[in-house]
Design a protein around this ligand. Structure first.
Ligand SMILES: Nc1ncnc2c1ncn2[C@@H]1O[C@H](COP(=O)(O)OP(=O)(O)OP(=O)(O)O)[C@@H](O)[C@H]1O
Length: 100
């Protein structure tokens, strides 16, 4: 099953999912994840599928969808949905928080 279908299927069944792209500069991470308007990437296809599945679900009447979009660059974490959050760090307990 294609990744863009496998991940949403798990999410809609209540499991967490992470798609992780890594590679050298210019190797196509952003292209693969975001894509273009005419060739949408994995994130866009996956989210479209999640909302299509929710719309067609007849068994549950409540869904809560949350997502985060993080970049790790030179060992610093950036929240790409909240640029003003600055540099973030991963604590030993697994939480992501602002650097002090
Ligand atoms: N499969 C592909 N088909 C067509 N163009 C591609 C493909 N993959 C990457 N590109 C193009 O190559 C260039 C670099 O890709 P991209 O920005 O996705 O790399 P990146 O790994 O995210 O880079 P960086 O680490 O610098 O952020 C872009 O202009 C992108 O449009």
């Amino acid at each position: 099953m294609a990744l863009a279908l496998r991940v949403p299927t798990r999410v809609v069944h209540g499991l967490n999912a992470t798609v992780f792209a890594y590679g050298s500069t210019g190797s196509g991470k952003t292209y693969t994840m975001v894509g273009t308007r005419s060739e949408p990437g994995l994130m866009v296809l996956s989210l479209n599928t999640v909302f299509d599945m929710i719309k067609s679900d007849k068994n549950s009447d409540y869904f809560e969808v949350t997502c985060s979009y993080l970049e790790v660059y030179n060992e610093v974490i950036y929240d790409l949905l909240e640029k003003s959050s600055g540099h973030l760090e991963l604590t030993s307990s697994g939480r992501i928080q602002s650097r002090e």
